[in-house]
Design a protein around this ligand. Structure first.
Ligand code: M6R
Length: 482
């Protein structure tokens, strides 16, 4: 339709025709348009969908993402909504849909080509899972203030006084990022004692949320381009809230539109199934939590203990990754031929159950549900029989004894229990059909460890079933449409 509309306006000037056509258009687009009549010109335009210009030496590119540009150039110009770029042999020119020429800064991307290649791994997803010791270090780098037992988060652009007096927080995101948001809710409420709500961005944008200047809205997004999350951030700003973004892709639209934020620095994530971005999002939430909690009620000793916990996570993840063959065997034994699976967790590991189930469904097409373990008896327990693998996330935390009872309930109905536990947990070892041990950490940090075996489990199942791990059917890496 757009091609036809541009054609209607075309009378020998492609640039003018595109501008005239787009002035009439509603909705989101990211376009690159050429005309057989003007072979030396390419006109690109964006609204809602990402678009950037690569600036090489006597060559220019347009792309919706920086990754494909890296083999040609690291210099990019990010277009904003309502802007157009005209490329010709002489260079590029940015303008809006009226006639005004716009001067835009050229940004440098600090990713290199090796970061967006598989480097010998069978799949990007596996590479990204294995990168987590490093990606987590990169997220935390420069933020931890050991002596003071707090975090430096100057990118939030909020004074200590503003942070201390935040009355309410809303975290909004989609998919895996929404799961990390739920973990953030547990952290912020427990440590900083601020009421937190977590909202699907797609719901937030279309209801009438109670948001004002006293609300801090945190948007979480790996890509920084998810249409629903971007729209939710814009809605929050329109209502006067202060917005911050926890975003991976530098220069992405959400990163540019929020009032402040933290870049995850997890490196490019290519696999459609989000893995390293998730653990980095949780780490970034931990940083925000630590800063606010220390300004309010957390003691310096508690702050230092939290930092100590964060510091050792990369090594703990590395130790889990070394035992990936155990998870391959569990995948083969319990999940590869299953048609359904349940993931159960409690407290801060309930969102990990949701995330584990999402990882399994999206790359292996096995139907899986994540549930708070105690909710099972209100419905899902009816599904349990000898064909139902049930993955329990059960570290020795404050709700451990409760989850033991839930495991007993599943076993009594013939379900097959695979449990993630801490070493030495003989109680669950006796009950479960199989266990995988994770290192001990602070209760609130357990999701960063418990999510790793679940990522590997899903990966192994998908490979065993011959699925397209990196590009599962019907899914896109960034969802830039509603
Ligand atoms: O780029 P974002 O973090 O905003 O993306 C949100 C979701 O689309 C994303 O997490 C999606 O759920 C992944 N496929 C999950 O692995």
């Amino acid at each position: 339709m757009l091609a036809h509309l541009v054609g209607e306006y075309y009378d020998g000037n492609l640039e003018a025709a595109v501008a005239a056509a787009l002035r009439e258009v509603e909705g989101a687009y990211g376009l690159a348009i050429i005309s057989a009549d003007e072979p030396g010109i390419l006109v690109a335009a964006r609204k809602g969908s990402p678009l950037l210009v690569g600036v090489g030496e006597n060559e220019w590119f347009v792309a919706s993402d920086a990754s494909p540009l890296l083999q040609y150039t690291r210099s990019v110009v990010y277009l904003d909504d309502g802007e157009m770029v005209v490329l010709s042999r002489d260079g590029y020119r940015v303008r809006n849909l009226e006639t005004t020429r716009i001067s835009k800064p050229v940004n440098q991307i600090d990713w290199d080509l090796a970061m967006v290649e598989r480097n010998g791994y069978a799949h990007f997803m596996l590479k990204e899972i294995c990168e987590q010791p490093e990606s987590l270090c990169n997220t935390l780098r420069g933020h931890l203030l050991e002596e003071e037992g707090t975090a430096r988060v100057s990118g939030l652009n909020m004074s200590d006084d503003q942070l201390k007096h935040v009355e309410r927080i809303i975290i909004t995101a989609c998919g895996t990022s929404w799961h990390s948001a739920l973990i953030g809710e547990y952290m912020l409420e427990e440590m900083a004692r601020i009421p937190v709500e977590v909202e699907y961005a797609s719901e937030f944008r279309y209801r009438n949320p109670v948001v004002d200047q006293r609300t801090l809205v945190i948007g979480i997004s790996q890509s920084g381009e998810t249409a629903d999350t971007l729209a939710a951030i814009r809605e929050a700003k329109r209502r006067g809230a202060r917005t911050i973004g926890l975003v991976n892709v530098v220069g992405s639209t959400i990163a540019r539109e929020v009032d402040g934020g933290i870049y995850l620095h997890a490196g490019p994530e290519v696999g459609v199934a989000s893995t390293k971005a998730f653990t980095s999002q949780v780490a970034a939430l931990a940083l925000v939590t630590l800063r606010i909690a220390r300004l309010r009620n957390l003691s310096i000793l508690q702050g230092r203990e939290f930092i100590q916990g964060l510091r050792v996570l990369p090594d703990q993840i590395a130790a889990i990754l070394q035992r990936s063959s155990e998870l391959e065997q569990l995948a083969e034994r319990f999940l590869s031929t299953a048609t359904n699976a349940l993931y159960l967790g409690r407290g801060v590991n309930f969102p990990v159950a949701l995330e584990g189930a999402l990882k399994l469904k999206e790359i292996s097409y096995i139907h899986a549900e994540g549930y708070p373990a105690a909710e099972m008896k209100h419905g899902p327990i009816a599904l349990i029989d000898e064909n139902m693998p049930v993955v329990f996330i059960a570290p020795k935390d404050a709700v451990h004894s409760k989850i033991v009872s839930n495991i007993e309930e599943v076993k009594a109905r013939g379900g097959k229990v695979i449990a993630l536990i801490n070493e030495g947990d003989t109680e669950i070892e006796r009950l479960a059909d199989a266990t995988f041990t994770i290192p001990v950490t602070l209760d609130l940090l357990t999701p960063i460890l418990t999510s790793i075996p679940l990522q590997l489990l899903s990966y192994s199942v998908a490979v065993a079933r011959g699925c397209n791990v990196d590009q599962p059917r019907n899914l896109a890496k960034s969802v830039t449409v509603e």
